[in-house]
Design a protein around this ligand. Structure first.
Ligand code: FNR
Length: 363
């Protein structure tokens, strides 16, 4: 089979993300956050109830598997397995960029399989800002319909685009396009980064245009500049690879990004993501002001190892265990527990003049 450039790039991304060290050098700054142990907690794990409403549907846990794949051979199976897990644990699920299926309709099933399997949980369609600007409303609606989505995530991935061997894109016209589409689409738009974070200023500008959903995807987890440096090196593109090395530590660490976005948009739904690797980190990300947390790469790695069910099961039980150790039962109580902010995160907040703001809307 001859693969299109877009398709083989997707397969390379999957392989690199699974096999290589693609994280850091920035951390997510959650190591500067501490929650206080309640030694005499009388809560039992069965009392803890982490259900939340998201996009009009009830989830058992405030967790989203954020968009990763589709649009290449083998990805139908990955998306099916992710959808099975999402449905079983009642968590939300995004698909990867659907551009490939717009360019080649034979690839639509690699995305639509998600809705065939995950019938009851929110499914999030996905497209890059570069494509969003070029596509007319009919195509954008088709992207949503393809997975019968509850929302459309538009990803902003500028550092990656600048480094990737194909390169040469721009988001020119993005704001005007958003304005023309936002009220005509019948599902909400989620503005999503891919691992470089959203700032107060970006969130405020988009909030003022009417955006009410943000996935911060901050720095400290999967680093797409690192991924593209691997690809550039393997293609012998030395200048691109070296260019990438200048940008390896670019981005807003996840903990800072959550607080920035929440300050800009107190009543928006905020997904805290980017480098969430433990249940404690997930609970800290929520405490900083997220409504839900998101994860991508660890889910893919667990799936590849054949341990996704155990991974998710232990992660979600551990989130409940942390609620026990905090002495609380429900998510809304988390926003009131004591929190300690130290080190670089404390300095970041003081330089930027932000403090922790709890969500005004419980999703
Ligand atoms: C991604 N991510 C991503 N995001 C997006 O909006 N559209 C996409 O097509 C993809 N593709 C993709 C492929 C793979 C293999 C991975 C690992 C990730 C980004 C993802 O949703 C997430 O924002 C970042 O990976 C940061 O989260 P983690 O991986 O640090 O938990």
């Amino acid at each position: 089979m001859v693969l299109s450039k877009n398709t083989s790039r997707k397969l390379e991304h999957l392989d690199i993300c699974i096999e290589k060290d693609v994280e850091g050098p920035l951390t997510n700054f959650l190591e500067y956050v501490f929650l206080i142990h309640k030694a005499n907690s009388e809560i039992s794990i069965d009392d803890v109830d982490l259900r939340v409403k998201f996009l009009g549907k009830e989830l058992n846990y405030p967790l989203v598997i954020t968009g990763m794949t589709g649009g290449a051979p083998g990805t139908e199976k990955i998306n099916r397995d992710l959808a099975l897990a999402a449905e079983e644990f009642r968590i939300a699920l995004g698909v990867g960029s659907q551009r490939a299926a717009i360019e080649d309709p034979t690839l639509r099933n690699t995305f639509s399989v998600v809705r065939d399997v995950a019938k009851d949980v929110p499914v999030i369609a996905n497209i890059g800002a570069h494509e969003f600007v070029r596509y007319d409303l009919r195509i954008i609606e088709d992207i949503v319909d393809m997975v019968k989505a509850d929302a459309l995530a538009i990803h902003l991935n500028l550092p990656q685009e600048l480094v990737q061997p194909e390169g040469g894109i721009s988001f020119k016209g993005f704001k005007d396009k958003l304005l023309s589409v936002i009220d005509r689409l019948n599902v909400p738009i989620i503005i999503k980064e891919v691992g470089f974070g959203l700032s107060y200023e970006v969130a405020k500008e988009l909030y003022d245009l009417g955006i009410r959903y943000f996935d911060v995807a901050g720095a400290g987890g999967t680093n797409w500049v690192k991924v593209e440096v691997y690809r550039a090196k393997s293609q012998g593109l030395n200048v691109k690879a070296m260019l990438g090395e200048h940008l390896l530590d670019w981005g807003i660490p996840t903990a800072a990004s959550i607080i920035e976005v929440r300050n800009a948009a107190p009543d928006a739904v905020v997904i805290g993501s980017g480098g969430i690797r433990s249940a404690y980190e997930a609970v800290k990300a929520l405490r900083l002001g997220s409504n839900l947390v998101g994860m991508a790469r660890p889910i893919l790695v667990a799936l590849r190892k054949g341990v996704l069910r155990d991974y998710l099961s232990s992660f979600l039980i551990a989130m409940k265990a942390i609620f026990v150790l905090l002495g609380i039962r429900r998510l809304y109580e988390l926003y009131e527990v004591p929190i300690i902010i130290t080190g670089l995160l404390k300095e970041w907040l003081s330089c930027r003049g932000f403090s922790i703001v709890k969500p005004r809307v419980m999703s």
